[in-house]
Design a protein around this ligand. Sequence first.
Ligand code: FE
Length: 208
Amino acid sequence: MSHDHDHETNFGSATSPLAARVRAMEALLIEKGLVTEAEIQDNVAYMDSRSPVNGARLVARAWADEGFRARLLSDGKAAAIELGIDAVASPELVVVENTPDVHNLIVCTLCSCYPRNVLGRPPDWYKSFEYRSRAVREPRAVMREFGFEPPGDTRVAVHDSTADVRYMVLPIRPPGTGGLDESELADLVTRDCLIGVDVPRAPSAAQA
Ligand code: FE
């Protein structure tokens, strides 16, 4: 079979057994006419253009605009599209809101389901067996290892993602951020905050 073009850019470790398997499957799918090389490249480009910045923008807008917050909580996908994020292909996106009473933590116990159409690829630890099993069994211990733990009287709710439903956390707006504009607010929201292993903190300069 002719296979002389270069796939190096698709895979970080092009020599690993997994990468070799993926290349073989890709070649077979192309040969069978099920996908084209261009479609695969388009897909890679699409996924590369997703990022946690999208989630941070959604959170910052929700903090700044009560109406948007309500729409984000009732239909995350529609709210993302409203903000110009191309989430049309996304499975249902459920946004869960942290409150003083409930802290939310996202996991996929089965594999690595994640709101990729909005946030891009999940971090490697999210896919690890250790995180997938321990997030459910001992969520507080896991969060402590990330350097954060909710107050003792806050209930921890763990959400198990599936192929059909992806979750994202809407964190609490940190106190002392009243003077920040939406883009400054978005800068406080990291990927880990959107998964729930951390929370946003006010920059020290903003703490009055
Ligand atoms: Fe999964």
